[in-house]
Design a protein around this ligand. Structure first.
Ligand code: NAD
Length: 471
């Protein structure tokens, strides 16, 4: 049992003797850690520390910032096996994937900022004006459980690199890697108060963070529901916000595409982290005359995905992160059946041999109506909806026909054609014929998927205000 009854405030671990929150192991349901259900007072102390540290850190040199990022990068590399195992236990991602993704990505993203920061222009000339990019101030960072350390790194690294000070409220469902991060930062040259972390519930400490007048920006990743609350709270004193929220991304398979390759690519993407991925391709759009063949191919692909213990090297599909998430996903699978979609694979029953932990069968629905709830709402589980279309215009309409716009994919034998269709998708990212992930490309949503962008120079610019001096 990992007893973590403390918060990190003003460069110190501050003991917490109040109520604790249980953290569960996804594969067994056992309680593996306890973290504080901190009060508003602890959050206020953390905000005051960040506020006090801002004046000096906002004027820190490039060398100071680079030194801290280098030390952080080294710490993330050193503790990578522990980070991978921790997230695998909390979230359920198989260790074989958690190692490169949950532990590898935070180090890789930190490295991208180490590389781009020296060349970033914090001032530029425009006519007789000098344009300066100044840190926005104290930033409140609120993060979800599905990629718990990665989401944190995407915020705090560019925020600190920009000269901001931060208060992090990590997910209470998967909080342990935020403690590892605080331990690493504690061992760096980062001045006290620049990074603070308070663990607790959204309704209390999260609420204090988003409403506090000394917090000038809230950077949030999580559900669209919580994003709404943050946008409303921010409006009251014109805080800057960056929101990374839900998705219902479409994989558009054009008639000339290699169907087997496109279906395999879509299924693998949809089931990554048991579907607990905001960018998951959960709607697969196929030409109507290829619908049945696509269903067969998808069923064959998920048949190989038997759920198992995420800590075993051979497991490819793990459990969901919590009992609540499992029950929610099972309810959606039942809803899909009620809505009249064809159950092609999986179903609402628990997978065989998985009587402990939060397992759900990888499920595929065919003949899904584009306006049905399973095709419109984010399920956040291993559930794929196959939607037939009659022509390209209809495929684009269906792809753009949800409130979301986070990601997407287009498949075609003709790259130029695929790119033209990709350019019509109202979404922040599109993968063309399985293009590789790029940690320097801007990432974020259209519509209800978000405001602002993360990764690369776009992620840094989120934390900068613009000032112009007329000379
Ligand atoms: P969530 O909105 O329930 O929680 C996210 C964070 O917000 C947690 O730290 C939570 O404690 C906090 N929170 C909750 N209520 C709050 C309140 N009233 N005030 C302030 N903070 C509050 O989301 P979740 O269930 O943890 O994560 C899953 C969601 O995250 C999915 O919808 C997924 O699509 C989304 N997500 C989006 C991205 C992206 O980059 N677009 C990435 C990962 C996850």
């Amino acid at each position: 049992m990992n007893e973590l009854s403390k918060n990190y405030i003003n460069g110190q671990w501050v003991r917490w003797s109040g109520e604790l929150i249980d953290v569960h192991e996804a594969g067994t349901g056992d309680v593996i850690a306890r973290v504080p259900a901190s009060g508003r007072e602890e959050m206020e102390q953390a905000i005051a520390a960040a506020d006090a540290a801002f004046e000096s850190w906002s004027e820190s040199t490039l060398e100071q910032r680079l030194t801290v990022l280098e030390q952080l990068h080294a710490g993330l590399k050193e503790r990578a096996p522990e980070i991978a195992e921790t997230v695998s236990r909390e979230v359920g991602m198989p260790i074989k994937l958690a190692t490169p993704i949950q532990a590898g990505m935070p180090a890789a993203v930190t490295k991208t900022y180490l590389k781009l920061l020296p060349d970033f222009q914090f001032t530029e000339q425009s006519g007789n004006s000098e344009v300066q990019y100044a840190p926005v101030g104290v930033v409140g960072c609120i993060t979800p459980w599905n990629y718990p350390l990665h989401q944190v790194i995407l915020k705090i690294v560019p925020a600190i690199a920009a000269g901001c000070t931060v208060v992090l409220k990590p997910s209470e469902i998967a909080p342990q890697t935020a403690y590892i991060l605080a331990e690493i930062l504690d061992g760096t040259d980062l001045p006290k108060g620049v990074f603070n972390m308070v663990c607790g519930l959204g309704q209390t400490v999260g609420d204090t963070l988003i409403k506090h007048p000394d917090v000038r920006m809230v950077s949030f990743t999580g559900s669209t529901r919580t994003g709404h609350l943050i946008a409303h709270a921010a409006a009251d004193d014109f805080k800057r916000i960056a929101l990374e929220m839900g998705g219902k991304s479409a994989s558009v398979i054009l008639p000339d595409a290699d169907l087997a390759g496109a279906v395999k690519g879509t299924v693998n993407n949809c089931l990554l982290n048991s579907g607990q991925t905001c960018t998951a391709l959960t709607r697969m759009l196929v030409p109507a005359d290829k619908h049945d063949e696509a269903c067969e191919l998808a069923a064959a692909a998920v048949a190989k995905m038997t759920p198992g213990n995420p800590l075993e090297e051979t497991t490819r599909l793990g459990p969901l992160s919590s009992a609540q998430q499992r029950d929610r996903v099972i309810d959606y699978i039942k809803l899909g059946i009620e809505e009249g979609a064809t159950l092609v694979a999986g179903g609402p029953e628990a997978p065989e041999g998985c009587d402990k932990g939060y397992f759900v069968k990888a499920t595929v629905f065919g003949n899904v109506r584009p306006d049905s709830r399973i095709a419109q709402e984010e399920i956040f589980g291993p559930v794929l909806s196959i939607i037939p279309y009659n022509d390209e215009a209809e495929a684009i309409r269906i792809a753009n026909g949800t409130q979301y716009g986070l990601s997407g994919a287009v498949w075609s034998a003709d790259d130029a054609h695929a790119k033209r269709v990709a350019g019509k998708l109202r979404t922040g990212q599109v993968t063309v014929n399985g293009g590789a992930f790029n940690a320097l490309a801007p990432f974020g949503g259209f519509g209800h998927s978000g405001l602002g962008r993360e990764f690369g120079k776009w992620g840094l610019e989120e934390f900068l205000e613009v000032r112009s001096l007329q000379l």
